[in-house]
Design a protein around this ligand. Structure first.
Ligand SMILES: NC(=O)c1ccc[n+]([C@@H]2O[C@H](COP(=O)([O-])OP(=O)(O)OC[C@H]3O[C@@H](n4cnc5c(N)ncnc54)[C@H](OP(=O)(O)O)[C@@H]3O)[C@@H](O)[C@H]2O)c1
Length: 333
C-alpha cells in the first residue's frame, strides 16, 4: 500500500506571473494519476518533447503542475492487472506518459497496463532507455522505408538532425542494416562521430534546405528519415527518386510543409508519417525484440551521456537549441 509514501520527481509549475519552473521535489503517491501498474523508475531519458514539457509547452504538458519524461524503465511495485506482478522489469514509452499524464522523471509512475512492455532479457534498463522513444521512432522509420521497398541497393538514404537522439539512432540502425547513409548535421565538428556511427557521408543542413519554388529537384535520395520538418522535409520530398520514401518524424526546424503534389504524382514518392507514441503495442513489442536480436546495436553506450534527476533540468535549454549529441539517459534511483 502506498500510505503516506512520497516520491521524488522533476515538478514543473507555473507561478501567478506565468513563469514556468522545474524543481526536484517530493510529492505524495496519492497524486500519481490513476492506472493499473505502479512502477519504480530506475532510468528515464531526455527527449526534445521532454524539454517542451519541462518549459510548460501547452502542446505537450496539457496541464500544470506536470512531471516530464516520455520514457521510463524500472520494476513493478504493484499491479491491478493480471499481466504484471511486483518485481517484474518493465518499460513504458510514449502514449500519454510525460505528456497528458505525469512521466518518467520521477521515482514512481502509475500507468494503464496497456502502456507497459516487458523488455527482452538481454536488454538492460539503461540500454532500453538509451533507445527509448528515440529508438522506437528510428525503428519505425526504418520499417516504413523497408515497407516501401527502399532496399540497400536503391541508393543513398539521408538522415537529418543526425547528431540528435532520433537521428543518431537512425544513422546507426540504417548503417547496421547495410544502407549507405548520408548524415545531415549542423555540427561540423561531429563528422568523425557520425562516421563512427556508420555514416558514409556527412553534409551540412543547407544542402537539404532549398529556398527556390521549384516543385521538383534533382532526384538523389532513395529514402530519407527526417526529424527536422518544414523546408528541410519539403526539400527531401522534392529530391527523392521515383518510388522512394521519406519518413517524417519531427519538427525541430518547423511544422509547416511548403510543397506541391508533384513529388507524389510524378515520382510516386511516399511520405510516411511516424508516430511512436501511438504505434500499436504489438509493433513496439516486436521492435524491442528486434533491438535485442537482429537489430542489436553494438556500442550503444557510446551514444549516451548520463544525467541524474537533480541535474536533468540543466540539459533542457541545450536540447531545445540543438546542442546535444546523441542520447541523454536520466538516472532516477
Ligand atoms: N514522430 C515521433 O513519434 C517522434 C518521436 C521522437 C521525437 N520526435 C521528434 O523528432 C525531433 C527530434 O527529437 P530528438 O529527441 O531526437 O531531439 P534532439 O536530440 O534535440 O535532436 C534534434 C537534432 O536536430 C538538429 N536540429 C536542431 N535544430 C535544428 C534546426 N533548427 N534545423 C535543422 N536541424 C536542427 C540537431 O542535429 P544536428 O546538429 O546534427 O543537425 C539536433 O541535435 C523532434 O521534433 C521530436 O519532437 C518525434
Amino acid at each position: 500500500m502506498a500510505g503516506n509514501e512520497t516520491f521524488r520527481c522533476y515538478y514543473v509549475t507555473k507561478d501567478a506571473q506565468g513563469n514556468v519552473r522545474g524543481d526536484v521535489t517530493s510529492r505524495p503517491i496519492a497524486e500519481l494519476p490513476p492506472g493499473d501498474v505502479r512502477i519504480r523508475v530506475r532510468w528515464s531519458s531526455l527527449n526534445y518533447k521532454d524539454a517542451l514539457a519541462a518549459t510548460g509547452h501547452p502542446g505537450v504538458a496539457k496541464t500544470l503542475p506536470h512531471v516530464p519524461g516520455i520514457d521510463a524503465a524500472g520494476e513493478v511495485i504493484e499491479s491491478n492487472s493480471p499481466q504484471f506482478r511486483a518485481g517484474q522489469s518493465v518499460i513504458v514509452t510514449g502514449y500519454e506518459l510525460g505528456a497528458g499524464q505525469w512521466g518518467g522523471w520521477a521515482e514512481q509512475i502509475r500507468v494503464p497496463a496497456e502502456w507497459v512492455f516487458l523488455p527482452p532479457e538481454s536488454l538492460s534498463a539503461r540500454e532500453a532507455m538509451i533507445l527509448g522513444t528515440a529508438g522506437i521512432t528510428a525503428g519505425l522509420s526504418v520499417q516504413a522505408l523497408e515497407r516501401q521497398g527502399v532496399t540497400t541497393d536503391k541508393g543513398e538514404v539521408v538522415v537529418t538532425g543526425a547528431t540528435g537522439g532520433v537521428g543518431s539512432l537512425a544513422v546507426k540502425l540504417l548503417a547496421k542494416l547495410g544502407y549507405r547513409v548520408v548524415a545531415v548535421s549542423g555540427k561540423k565538428d561531429k563528422e568523425p562521430w557520425l562516421r563512427a556511427l556508420g555514416a558514409a557521408r556527412v553534409i551540412g543542413r543547407e544542402e537539404v534546405s532549398d529556398s527556390t519554388d521549384r516543385p521538383l529537384l534533382k532526384a538523389v535520395w532513395a529514402g530519407a528519415a527526417d526529424t527536422v520538418g518544414g523546408k528541410t522535409l519539403a526539400t527531401l520530398l522534392r529530391s527523392t527518386q521515383v518510388g522512394g520514401c521519406v519518413a517524417a518524424m519531427g519538427l525541430v526546424g518547423g511544422a509547416d510543409l511548403p510543397l506541391t503534389v508533384y513529388p507524389f504524382i510524378l515520382r510516386g514518392v511516399t511520405l510516411a508519417g511516424i508516430t511512436s507514441s501511438w504505434s500499436p503495442h504489438a509493433v513496439r513489442q516486436q521492435l524491442w525484440q528486434d533491438f535485442a536480436g537482429k537489430w542489436k546495436l553494438e556500442g550503444l553506450g557510446d551514444l549516451a551521456q548520463e544525467a541524474d534527476l537533480a541535474h536533468v533540468g540543466e540539459f533542457v535549454p541545450r536540447i531545445l537549441t540543438g546542442q546535444i549529441t546523441g542520447r541523454v539517459v536520466v538516472r532516477i534511483s
